[in-house]
Design a protein. Structure first.
Length: 217
């Protein structure tokens, strides 16, 4: 779990300030990328993963009280901490909420090179949680149903552009002297349909996978 937490911290540091070495120059976000609001959430992740017991409990309660205000990176980190505390059902729930919201954010993001970081964060946290969850299929089925209902019924209040900071367009925009700005997200008018399609696809894929796992038992 320490390895997982370290990985999310590295990811947070990457998305906090994009820095890359290009021809011996440090490249930082420019233009609209500098406006992406992630600093508060990134600080919260670092604080959560390094907090002592009493402070950690307060941070967990804070995040759970207002989950819609925090981007998926916070919820991934929360799931890791909860899993470590043996609060596994809660860890499952927030991990899969983070996973579904990340998929939604990816689907409304115009930079599809962000698929790499999306896969990476799921590969980092997924195996440990999935291994345990797949041994408890009835519990998993119940939790995924709750996840789908939660994401469907709650509006995201965080800056969905957090994901753009991990894509190649952010790097290109920062490293090109005359970077041509383009929309970071698809038109907001399309978001409701994208969200519905994302949720339906996610739930359908889960049900198919669940049926396959049960058939093997």
């Amino acid at each position: 779990m320490k390895k997982n937490i370290a990985a999310i911290i590295l990811y947070v540091c990457f998305t906090t300030v994009l820095k890359a070495q290009v021809n011996d120059h440090i490249v930082e976000p420019t233009g609209v990328y500098k406006e992406i609001k992630v600093e508060g959430d990134n600080n919260l992740v670092l604080e959560l993963t390094n907090a002592k017991k009493s402070k950690r409990a307060k941070l967990i309660a804070l995040i759970i009280a207002e989950p819609n205000k925090h981007n998926p990176v916070v919820l991934y980190a929360l799931s890791a901490v909860l899993f470590k505390l043996d609060r596994k059902d809660e860890a499952f729930f927030w991990f899969y909420v983070a996973q579904l919201r990340t998929r939604y954010d990816f689907n409304r993001c115009t930079d599809k090179s962000t698929s790499g970081p999306v896969a990476q964060v799921n590969a980092t946290f997924g195996p440990e949680i999935n291994t345990y969850a797949f041994k408890n299929l009835d519990t998993l089925e119940n939790i995924i149903g709750r996840v789908v209902a939660f994401v469907k019924d709650n509006n995201e209040e965080y800056d969905q552009r957090w994901l753009n900071l991990s894509g190649m367009d952010a790097f290109t925009n920062a490293s090109t002297a005359k970077g041509k700005e383009k929309p970071l997200s698809l038109p907001e008018s399309e978001w409701p349909a994208i969200k519905t399609k994302t949720i339906d696809s996610y739930y359908s894929d889960f049900k198919e996978a669940l049926a396959g796992m049960r058939a093997k038992k």
